[in-house]
Design a protein around this ligand. Sequence first.
Ligand SMILES: Cc1cc2nc3c(=O)[nH]c(=O)nc-3n(C[C@H](O)[C@H](O)[C@H](O)COP(=O)(O)OP(=O)(O)OC[C@H]3O[C@@H](n4cnc5c(N)ncnc54)[C@H](O)[C@@H]3O)c2cc1C
Length: 359
Amino acid sequence: MKIGIIGGGIAGCAAAYYLSKKTSDITIFEKDFIGAHSSGKSNGSIIPFIDYDINSYSEQLSDYALSVHNNLKMKFHSKFYYSKKPVVHLFKNNSYSKIYDNYKKNKLNKEFHFLSLGELRHIDARVSQEIDGGLYIKNSLEVDSYMLSKTFFDNAIQNGVNFVQKNINKIDADSGKQVRIFSDDESYNFDKIIISNGSWAEKFFMDFFGKSMLTPIKGQILRMKNISPGFNVSFWWGKNYITTKDKNITWLGTTHEDVGYDESITNDSKNQILQNAKEIFPFLDENFVVEQTACLRPMTKDSLPILGRLKDFENIFLCGGGSANGILFGPAMGKIISKDIFEEQLDTYINEFSVNRFL
Ligand SMILES: Cc1cc2nc3c(=O)[nH]c(=O)nc-3n(C[C@H](O)[C@H](O)[C@H](O)COP(=O)(O)OP(=O)(O)OC[C@H]3O[C@@H](n4cnc5c(N)ncnc54)[C@H](O)[C@@H]3O)c2cc1C
């Protein structure tokens, strides 16, 4: 079976890796380089689901995704780019009461517990007095998402997968059993293809359905130096976070900007990120900033991935839409889609992630 994969982010590389254990007749197409966009620049937090509506199928996928990461950590001997990193979600004026209610009801166990401001300040005395408390999540990881994507890719190449650095701009599924895909100067035939080109998959969705399925949502992150001591736990407040990584570089994020495919960094966003952070850690200022990055989340309407066969097209599979949790979900998505391609039995909850939910 000849398989083509469009996109070399975490989703495409994970799919290539899992497929390559069974067949090597696979080609990855990447327009730039492996991990060039969000998969190479993300914050790499791997946190059990917390700030979305808690429903059983997204929790099941989150649990499965965590177990896949824990296996990878062992399998790739990747202790250098995975680290155990507890997360503390901070809250103010009962702003997260709904989340806490859900957690009290469903999830509160020894791996999650509440902290008062006093307990929080014991962990880090720099937390503002304005904070009411926090939720401590022990079972979280942080990963260098570029290294993880690249490791999937390198292992897939070792297993015989081909790499073509080209932009695929058209998919023709009408020509019988095979699928033909086109770059500017060539066409390629496959038995099956996987669309895993992140935010750019929107163009193919428009071609197939005339309907939008994804929105690229830009996020910017600041890197800071000379913060001492660093942050040994990762603090979150709403969609913002701060964490110290390798070489004492502290990462501070983020923004959610609906500005199309523009991946440039901006001063306005830098100021906004700093302003948000100062409310929690008043000592932070622009003098610590040494770098700023930007990349695009492939955001779906319900912030959950799109997985499985494309409706009405037997040989086209979707593996994307990881939204703000694409690193958490990416390896599991690749594993699931590889099983789907080989027609192995999937857990029934996976059907909930089909693109059909948006049609
Ligand atoms: C600021 C920020 C922080 C984040 N932090 C986290 C986090 O802490 N935890 C988490 O779980 N998630 C996080 N995410 C989300 C996560 O990074 C993404 O959901 C995930 O990387 C998406 O992976 P992907 O492989 O689907 O897409 P991408 O990484 O975008 O990869 C798609 C690839 O396809 C290529 N491509 C596009 N079109 C074509 C084409 N036509 N032909 C060939 N190649 C093509 C692109 O060049 C790209 O390399 C964050 C995102 C942002 C923006």
